[in-house]
Structure formats: C-alpha cells, structure tokens
Design a protein around this ligand. Sequence first.
Ligand SMILES: *Cc1c(COP(=O)(O)O)cnc(C)c1O
Length: 393
Amino acid sequence: MKRFVYADNAATTKISEPVLQAMLPYLREEYGNASSIYALGRRAGQAIKDARETVAKAFNAQPDEIFFTSGGSEADNWAIKGVAHAMAQKGKKHLITTVFEHHAVLHTCQALEKEGFEVTYLPVDPMGLVHVDQVAQAIRPDTALVSIMYANNEIGTIQPISQIGALCREMGVLFHTDAVQAVGNVDIDVKEQNIDLLSMSAHKIHGPKGTGVLYCRRGLRFPNLIDGGGQERGRRAGTENVAGIVGLAKAVELACSDVARHTAHLVPLRDQLIAGILQIPRTRLNGDPIQRLAGNANLSIEGVEGESLLLMLDLAGVCASSGSACTSGSLDPSHVLLAIGLTHEVAHGSLRLSLSDETTQEDVDYILQVLPGIVERLRAMSPLWEKICQEAN
Ligand SMILES: *Cc1c(COP(=O)(O)O)cnc(C)c1O
C-alpha cells in the first residue's frame, strides 16, 4: 500500500506540536512590539528574554552571547563577514574553511575573496573528515578566522570540533562552526569546546523557518550585518520575530534535552536503510559510517540519475533528496560529493534520505520495499547503466 514518507529532514523538518503551541499566543493575542513600554510589549520582551536564556543554557553559553537572526544563513554571513572585516583592521585578512561547507559559508567566503581577503579551502578525506593537523598547518600569523561545519548536511559527517576548537584557541585564532545540522545530534558546550561563534537554525530541528541564532563569545566585537534599530543590544536591527524566537527556543529545548534518545531511535533505522540499499548491486555509502548524523543515509547508486530517482520516489510517496536541495534545479553535481572524491557520474546518482524523530520502522520498510524496483526500472532505461555492465564484463 502506498504511504507518504518524509525522508528529507536535512532540508527542513515539520514543525512539532509543542513548538506550534508555544508560538500561537505570539501570533494572536500577544502581538506587542518587544520594545514598547506598555504591558503588551513588555510581555513580548519577556518572552524573548526567556527564549534567550533557554538557548544559552542548551549550549552552556550566557544569555548575552545569544543573538537571534533570520536563520542559519544570516548567522553564517554575519559571523564570517563580521569577523573578517573587524580583523582586517588589524591586518589579518586570511580565512580558513573547508571545500564542503554549506553554500551560506562558501559563497560568503567567495564574496570576501572578491573584496581582497584570502581564503584557504581545506580538503576533506574520502570519508568526509577534516584533519586537525591540516587545520594547524593552514593557520598563519594573518589568519582571522577558522570556519568549519560541525556536521555536513549532505553526507552527515561529524567533524572533530572539540579538537579544532582547542587548536584554534591555542593558536590564538577565532573559531566559527556552522552547527545547523549538529544541534540535537551531539551535545554542544561552547565553553568546553572552545567555540567562539556558532550558527544554528530552527527549521532543521522541528522549529519554524526564518529564525536562527548566532552565538558569539562575550567580548567579541565586529560590525553589524543589519543596521537599524537597537534590537539585540544594538547588534542586529529589526523588530523581533517574537513567535519565531519563542518557537526556536522550544525546538532547541526539546532537541537538546533528548540527544541520547534521538540517537538510540534513529541509528538502528538509519543502519537498516543503509544496509538495505547496499544490497542493490553497485551502490556505495557516502560519508563516514560511524562519525555520522543519526538520521543521515547518503548513497550513490550507479547507473541512475538522481533527479529521475527523486521523481520516481515522489510518485511512490517518498520525499528525498539528491545532493542538497539548494543545488537541485542545476545539473552541477554536489560539491560535497565531488570533495570526497566521487566522479561526476557517480555523484549524479546519489540519494540522501534524512530521518527525524517521527520516522518509523514502517517508513524504513516502505522505502526499502519501493526503492529496488525503481532503481531496476531506471537502470533498464539507462545508457549509462548499459555502459557500466559492458565494462564489468
Ligand atoms: C540549512 C542549513 C543552513 C541554512 O540555514 P537557513 O536557516 O535555512 O538559512 C546553513 N548551514 C547548514 C549546514 C544547513 O544545513
């Protein structure tokens, strides 16, 4: 029987019921502007204050180190552009990142290169891991910032963030991490892990879209990205998205309080999915099998074209992704899959299934029931598959 299976939680997640319930009053009767002096405004202000404390606690930060933004992309832009511009004043115009960051980081770095900054893009190994000694070797006296993502959105690899943080602190270089995919999957402690700046987003953890956080260690000063009113202690202008902020805090609280249960639920489902797909001939797992997000399965299936696979899965009721959602619509293969050494052909036939707490055993069974037949049908029509078979003989 046909089911609907949402397996694209790395692209976005369904808002959870407790998050929605926490938000609703601020979309209805509690509509005050948090800057207003009367009680209606003060209640909105109090809700933001409470949200800031909740988020700070989840990452072992102080409330005054938490800044609400319009999402992960804004937090990444602000951290990297802000620090780059501040450090340029001190003659430091070199940045270090990796080749397989999210575009919010990569395109920001490219924009800075056009302004005259120099960027080192570190390679990742075939499993998608960054090596700490390579970070060490890349640091120079004029390095302003190291920005390395906590967990990759496409292949799910989790980086050795504590070691990179310790290294950067020792070398006196600021360290930013895009933790959008990591929140709720790993325990994050910005103090212990020596993280100076951290980006996160609500809609990847069952919160609302259009809201995120930049954690910025106390005492770090850099230019604003958005100028205007005095919101966020003068550092990020714009009337606060009160309902969004309240929803984000609820989502963070729920995601971070249950990391162990989340992992225990998802790892067996993920591993069944991976093992089941690997039963299909000429498939491979992308990313590290162990240092991996609990809900991420990314596989290459030779002789199929990713976009066709997604359309066929959609007809069967399964939402999935091939590479990252941001690059679909263009035929360039994913920069992440190329970074781990896949050929264009193999990268094109990749499938990302990303699970959430709502994913069930029946969902996994259903995917494994429909996928082999779809692959077989696509391969039967594929000149590429014919070529692969001839070469194998
Ligand atoms: C989704 C995502 C972002 C962007 O966050 P938005 O809130 O959608 O702007 C940035 N980095 C990573 C790793 C992501 O997965």
